[in-house]
Design a protein around this ligand. Structure first.
Ligand SMILES: C[S@@+](CC[C@H](N)C(=O)[O-])C[C@H]1O[C@@H](n2cnc3c(N)ncnc32)[C@H](O)[C@@H]1O
Length: 263
């Protein structure tokens, strides 16, 4: 399978202000990795936003992603790291629903919602089965998801291009503004067809409009808990942020989910 939603925009990913500012999740996953110890598996590692700080902190980590464009950016960044950091990282082009790495891990993590790219329960269970096969007995899985806001889900204004994020600049001097659109939504299947629209102005004034179109399924709190138990995990815990606040303290907050492969 090829996953090419990111082909057009992988090169912009690390410049996006909203992603650069997401430092709290990086610290959180780094702390989880430090507590679990090596080796760590990251599914949907993208450009290495979370993976590289973990490797720099001395942990061995395997990053798996289905987008060759995103992995290419990660490889370029890794090539600029010291040899000892490079030696701790393995990158795999693979689908998180079906992979076989021939190794087992102390911790598996799926940071920043890649799990929501899995659109059916079969796909979700296939991924969780693959994770379980790759975890040591007693090993942990940590992932985060949107906690779906009921108001956002039925907000018709989101079906026309919207957004007011500040402009950001790429290393090549391009000025970029991101906007968003819900192209289609299906409240029954919980799947939205989403667009992130990048308005790019090059240094010479030429403009481009790039559309990253992708589908995402939202999951509710109890659904995630049931899914994980159905997949054989135990000790499922849900938090609403990256500070360990129990789910329910704010609405909508995030869904930050921990589970364990039984011993
Ligand atoms: C929002 S990015 C998150 C990247 C990274 N984890 C981070 O926190 O910056 C989502 C990533 O999930 C990957 N992805 C989506 N579906 C996937 C699948 N079925 N298997 C593997 N990777 C997938 C995409 O290619 C993309 O790199």
């Amino acid at each position: 399978m090829s996953y090419d939603e990111y082909d057009l925009t992988a090169a912009l990913y690390d410049s996006v202000g909203a992603y650069r500012e997401r430092e709290e999740d990086v610290r959180y996953y780094l702390a989880q990795a430090a507590a679990a110890g090596s080796p760590v598996l990251e599914l949907g590692c993208g450009t290495g936003r979370v993976l590289l700080p973990i490797a720099r902190a001395g942990l061995a980590i395997t990053g798996l992603d289905a987008s060759s464009a995103m992995l290419e950016v990660c490889r370029e960044k890794l090539a600029r790291e010291p040899a000892e950091v490079r030696a701790r990282v393995a990158l795999e082009l693979a689908d998180m629903r079906d992979f076989e790495l021939g190794r087992s891990f102390a911790l598996a993590m799926i940071p920043f919602r890649p799990f929501q790219h899995l659109l059916s329960v079969e796909d979700q269970l296939a991924c969780l089965a693959a994770v379980s096969r790759h975890l040591r007995p007693g090993g942990s899985l940590v992932l985060d998801l949107f906690n779906p806001s009921l108001a956002m889900l039925v907000d018709d204004s989101k079906t026309v291009e919207w957004g007011d994020e500040p402009e950001f600049t790429t290393p090549a001097g391009e000025r970029v503004t991101r906007r968003f659109r819900v192209a289609r939504r299906d409240l029954l299947t919980q799947i939205q067809d989403l667009e992130i629209i990048y308005h790019v102005t090059a240094a010479d004034g030429a403009t481009r409009r790039l559309v990253e179109a992708f589908r995402m399924r939202h999951l509710f709190r109890y659904e995630v808990e049931h899914l994980l138990v159905r997949a054989g995990f135990e000790a499922v815990e849900v938090f609403c942020d990256f500070r360990g606040t129990p789910f329910g303290a704010v609405y909508p907050g995030e869904l930050v989910v921990h589970a364990r492969r039984p011993l």
